[in-house]
Structure formats: structure tokens, C-alpha cells
Design a binder for this molecule. Structure first.
Ligand code: DP6
Length: 367
């Protein structure tokens, strides 16, 4: 399926917007996600160099309300508020994304938009918000399309288009439009996978992996030192690039098998190989950069010791930053929370950590 072609053709029918009276509103709640197999490196128009697999979170989310009126004068007209206040930095980014999305949603030229967004997680937590923010925005835009043109009535169509458009804003956001496990990027291990949209994979997940927790330990409140886009671009010409893309495919295959068979050892080793591999790529790019801090290493070492002593399933993964995601099944929650309180909280910035886990995906708050 060529989704770009499909949505360009659809765009022809989304041009002639008839005038409507008054102000209308849509609001979406959309969570972030944590990648178990990482997307790192892209080509062309936001096409991933390798497939990635994530699960969507529950408690780390963005809520975005969009109100819209008909506007005679053509062009993008938008006011952006973050937590009720104007935020010119974020607003500028959103405006750029709307200009990109206009090719597929030409009716944006005839609307006056007021976008009000807020996050459940503190701004100082260093949690990447682009996945939740961009998916919440795009889901709202798809609701507007449905409202104004009567299109996207079918849920699958709706989510596929939302995934496609979210990807254009931020790759990882393509995965956030679904709940549970999500795959983005074409790969032989996953039937019906695509580079242009993410999908919920048709695999039977072992019960042990259905209710995973993700305790996010915040080791630094600092903003990212380097943007994801810059990081991705450093994969072009990276001496390990081809090996990395092969490793990601192999790890995806292993992880799928582990998820189906309930293989905890394989799950853990694959997750940690991906996390450390991602940061090894950053360190060995040109220029090289390091995002991990001393407390990241303190936590990783303590987790490995704890696992050896307790034999409990507990795996870590990392995003493009120094915070550590501890991934473990619901059955181990009591012991792991005790471990966090007794031994890990001292490595967290002001004792900050977020109790999260697999969630069911975005919800429309009102239509
Ligand atoms: C390390 O999705 O933030 O979190 O497409 O440039 O917006 P852009 O990048 P982004 O990259 C995420 C990288 C990652 C791994 C992942 O989520 O797969």
C-alpha cells in the first residue's frame, strides 16, 4: 500500500470546505510510548531505517483540545497555548507541522485554530513529549476532518491516517495512536507492517507480557542536549549504520518470539542490548555525544545485581536521555517498588520517578 499516494488523492476531496457557523471543538488524550526496539536513523520523508517496536504508556500523556472556526481568508491561522498560556517556542513548532500536514489536510487553510495542550508529566522530567504531543494533535485534526467531511468513519482508517500524519511530525508519534504493543517499519517478522504507518502487530502476546509495568526513574531534569532529528541525522555515514539496522531487525525477531513464548531471559537481554546499543551509536557518531550520567550507570549496575540475587524479571531500557525505564511484570510489582524505594530512589533527581505501564492507547474526550 502506498499511503502517501492514497492520502494525496484523498486530499483533493478535502479542499472545498463549506462555511459553518460558530466554534467547534475536539479533544484527545494521547499517551507517550517506550520503544523496546529503537528507531534511530531515518531517510527521505520520515522513513525509518529499521523497524521499531514499542508499548504505549498509560500515565504519561498529553491532552490537546482544538477549537476551530471557519475563516474566509486562506492560510494557516493558529493560536497555541501550553497549559493555558501562550508558548511561542512550542507554537512555532506546531505551526511548522501544520504547514507540512496541509498537503494532506487542505481544509486547514480555511480554519482558525486554537490549540490548548497539557502534559501529565512535569516539564522538568526530561520525558520526551513529542510522541504524545504530536499524536494528540493529529488525532484532533483527524476528528476535525471526520466532523467536516464525514470521512474516516471506520476506526482502522481513522487510526491509520492518524499514524501516517503523526509520523510526519515525529517518527515515534506514529506508534502512539494505538494501545498495547505497536510496530512501525516494514519487516518480514510482522505481517502487514509498513514504513509509512505503525500497526498493532497480529501476534499472540504471552499473558506474562500483557500487563508490563514501566517505572521511569528520572535522573536529570535537564532538557535534551541534542534534538532527536540531529541524532538521527548522525546515523548517515555512521560507520556502524548497516550493522545497526541488521541488529535492530534481528532484535525485533527475537523480541517477537520472546513476547509470544513468555521468554523472560530473551526479553531482558534483547531490551538491554537495544538500550545500550542506542547509546553506543550516539557515543560513536561524529561528533560523538553522551546522554547518560553517573546515576544512570548507578541504576543499571544496581538492577543487574538485584536481578542476579532475586531471579526476578526486571529489565531496563533507555530513551534518548539519561532516565531509566524499569520494565517488569505485574506479579513482581511489590518487590520492585521496594527495591526502588530502598536502593534506587537516591539516584533519582529529587527522588522523582513515574509509575507507568502498558496502556490502552488514546481516547477522544469529546467530539
Ligand atoms: C530514541 O521520534 O523523537 O526515542 O522523528 O526526529 O521526531 P523524530 O524522532 P523521535 O525519535 C525517537 C528516538 C528514540 C527511539 C524510539 O522511540 O524508537
Amino acid at each position: 500500500m502506498d499511503f502517501t499516494h492514497k492520502y494525496k488523492q484523498q486530499a483533493d476531496k478535502l479542499k472545498g470546505l463549506s462555511t459553518f457557523e460558530g466554534k467547534r471543538k475536539t479533544k484527545w488524550h494521547s499517551p507517550s510510548n517506550i520503544a523496546l526496539v529503537k528507531y534511530w536513523g531515518k531517510r527521505g520523508n520520515q522513513i525509518p531505517q529499521n523497524p521499531s517496536l514499542s508499548f504505549t504508556l498509560k500515565n504519561s500523556f498529553t491532552e490537546t483540545e482544538i477549537s476551530y472556526i471557519y475563516r474566509e481568508q486562506p492560510g494557516i491561522s493558529m493560536q497555541f497555548l501550553f497549559e493555558g498560556k501562550p508558548n511561542p517556542d512550542f507554537g512555532e513548532r506546531i505551526r511548522k507541522h501544520l504547514l507540512t500536514l496541509r498537503e494532506f489536510l487542505p481544509f486547514l487553510n480555511s480554519l482558525g485554530l486554537t490549540i490548548n495542550s497539557s502534559n501529565s508529566f512535569p516539564h522538568s522530567s526530561g520525558i520526551a513529549s513529542s510522541a504524545s504531543a504530536m499524536s494528540a494533535l493529529v488525532l484532533g485534526l483527524c476528528s476535525i476532518e471526520r466532523d467536516l467531511f464525514g470521512t474516516l468513519q471506520d476506526e482502522k482508517d481513522f487510526l491509520q491516517k492518524a499514524s501516517f500524519l503523526s509520523r510526519l511530525c515525529s517518527g515515534s508519534a506514529a506508534r502512539s495512536v494505538y494501545g498495547g504493543y505497536t510496530v512501525w517499519g516494514k519487516d518480514g517478522h510482522i505481517a502487514g507492517s509498513y514504513d509509512e504507518i505503525a500497526i498493532p502487530p497480529e501476534i499472540k502476546i504471552h499473558p506474562d507480557f500483557l500487563g508490563l509495568n514501566d517505572s521511569i526513574l528520572i535522573t536529570s531534569p535537564e532538557k535534551k542536549k541534542i534534538s532527536s532529528s540531529r541524532g538521527h541525522s548522525l546515523m548517515n555515514g555512521h560507520p556502524y549504520a548497516e550493522a545497526r539496522y541488521g541488529q535492530a531487525r534481528a532484535n525485533l525477531g527475537k523480541l517477537i518470539e520472546a513476547l509470544e513464548n513468555g521468554d523472560e531471559k530473551c526479553f531482558t537481554s534483547t531490551l538491554e542490548n537495544e538500550a545500550l546499543g542506542l547509546h553506543a551509536l550516539m557515543m560513536s557518531s561524529n561528533p560523538g555525544f553522551t546522554l547518560l550520567n553517573q546515576n544512570t550507570w548507578n541504576i543499571i549496575n544496581a538492577v543487574r545485581k538485584f536481578r542476579e540475587a532475586s531471579n526476578l524479571m526486571l529489565a531496563f531500557t533507555l530513551d534518548a536521555g539519561p532516565n531509566v525505564h524499569l520494565v517488569y511484570p505485574g506479579n513482581n510489582k511489590k518487590e520492585i517498588i521496594e527495591f526502588i524505594s530502598n536502593e534506587l530512589i537516591r539516584f533519582c533527581h529529587e527522588g522523582m520517578w513515574i509509575d507507568d505501564g502498558i496502556g490502552e492507547g488514546p481516547t477522544e474526550i469529546y467530539t
